[in-house]
Design a protein around this ligand. Structure first.
Ligand code: RB5
Length: 147
């Protein structure tokens, strides 16, 4: 499994917590920034992670901003991306089982490091259930903005 990681300045410290966890567990990851505390716009740091997941180079992406909302909005503009903002392990599990989420988004100003790690663990180990859930995902793909 390979995980693509990205955060804006607000998510930098939490991203480092995840990096330490991945190193400890031997999980392969790439860090696409940001790398310093200077303000970074979340669309800019989201895109390399989105591209990595959409291309299949990475099985999963994790994007972090202050609330997790901005990076979710960016990621879900892309056809191949199913990004889930999760604030608890139950939602993280369902986002995989039901929605086949391929990007987890976290709000660093909302969840603490311990809870964030639980969410990440659940997200990465939970398989998609397929079946009726795939049918629903297929319907999402068929939707297009009429405006
Ligand atoms: C940055 O201050 C903040 O707006 C950003 O991290 C994020 O929460 C946006 O959704």
């Amino acid at each position: 499994m390979r995980v693509a990681l990205g955060s804006d300045h607000a998510g930098l410290a939490l991203k480092q917590v995840l990096i330490d966890y991945f190193k400890d567990k031997g999980i392969a990851y790439s860090d696409f920034g940001t790398f310093c505390e200077r303000a970074a716009d979340y669309p800019d740091i989201s895109f390399p992670v989105i591209r990595g997941v959409a291309s299949g180079e990475f099985e999963f992406g994790i994007l972090i901003c202050g609330t997790g909302i901005g990076v979710s909005m960016v990621a879900n503009r892309f056809q191949e991306i199913r990004a889930a903002l999760c604030g608890d392990p139950y939602t993280a599990r369902c986002s995989r089982e039901h929605n086949n989420a391929n990007i987890l988004t976290l709000g660093s100003r909302v969840v603490g490091p311990g809870l964030a790690l639980e969410i990440v663990e659940v997200f990465l180990r939970t398989p998609f259930l397929g079946g009726r859930h795939q049918r629903r995902l297929d319907k999402i793909k068929l939707l297009s903005d009429p405006s």
